[in-house]
Design a protein. Sequence first.
Length: 442
Amino acid sequence: MPPTPDATAPGAAVPDRGRADACPGALRLHPADDGALARVRLPGGLLTARQALALADAAEALGDGELETTSRGNVQLRGLASHCGAELAERLRAVGLLPSDTHERVRNIVASPLAGLDGHGFADVQAWVRELDARLCASDWAAGLSGKFLFALDDGRGDVAAFDADVTLIAGPDGSALLRLGRAAHGRPVPAGQEVTAVLDAARAFLHALRESGRKAWHLREVPELLPAGPVSVPAFAGAAPAVGVVRTVGPFPTVGRLATPAGGAVAGGLSVGMRFGRAGAAQWRELAGACAGEIRLTPWRGAVLPGAPADRLPALAAAGFRTAPGSPWERATACTGLPGCAKSRTDVRADAARALDAARALDAAVAGSLPVVGLPTAGLPVHWSGCERRCGHPAGRWVDVLATGQGYRVTVNGPAAAGAAVDVTNEEMAEAVAEARRTTK
């Protein structure tokens, strides 16, 4: 699922950003009820097989034996001992997962995971990812960005552009590209070959504008009056052609299974697999590394794309516990950590959600057998279960909010900003209520 937006709706008061953000990192461990948590930034979700194996080994040796993918395509290790930070850092450095101690939390880059694999899109955004990451780590000023500041590199299909990142680069046909700031409805053309420079210029101008104005902010959208037509202009926009509207198309998202490719197309193809709530054990990760053809792309939808991997690896991946068959109620279903990992949660939301989703899958099978029962739809709005009002990890855009209340769950379309009525349900009533909400189209 896409990154969780802050509650800064238009016209709302800007949160107090006078303190540093508390985002965990690979060097800054976060204390949780199930032990310390480390978040390893993976720009573009990119991993080699060797790096994936190193993460599996670290999770097994230092943590609870599982790895958790995030809504930005990063990886978290949980259940860590508070004193293991130095050993974890050395393990990460040995495989190139910690290229800069000073910049490790600002390497927040999402990119279209299917670029170059399915015949859609206009650019090799993975090349942009690698250049942006290297130049971020080499720029002293970039260490001043918040650990929440997000870059999105979209190959033109609209998947990660829909996240409304702080700085979004959208590829167009014939080598063109648009740069969009925050949630702006317009973007500015970027000269060919200057795409990454334009992205960095925009981020640097944001920091400069904050210093000049004395404002405090983590995200560009919190201070829209400063950019691009505020006290400081964005260098990337200087002398640029007039702004053009950004077409808000979304998709296609990676669906699990073999990647569909056009007949006779010169694209790599490969496989896509899903993980239940983004979690997979060390043994599963080793299976993933063994199935890939050299590269793994973790997705913001808590799955993994394996470029060039052959279809005959799907049965082994399915046997390892990955989702490999499309059309399941588990598609686009996520949940926060919940109990016992988070003390703020009112219940074990993942266990409740898993029971509802597994029951829905059985009900869908019954529907296929012509029995008069209704389960969660295999398509429709994304759904997210939360243990408290923080709604950690929820999707952007329209989604079904399933919030624990202490007596059951409250089901609402489009999260806390929903205009529709909320429905309070028991655990037993939840599946039907969520099914109805996921079918909502207005």
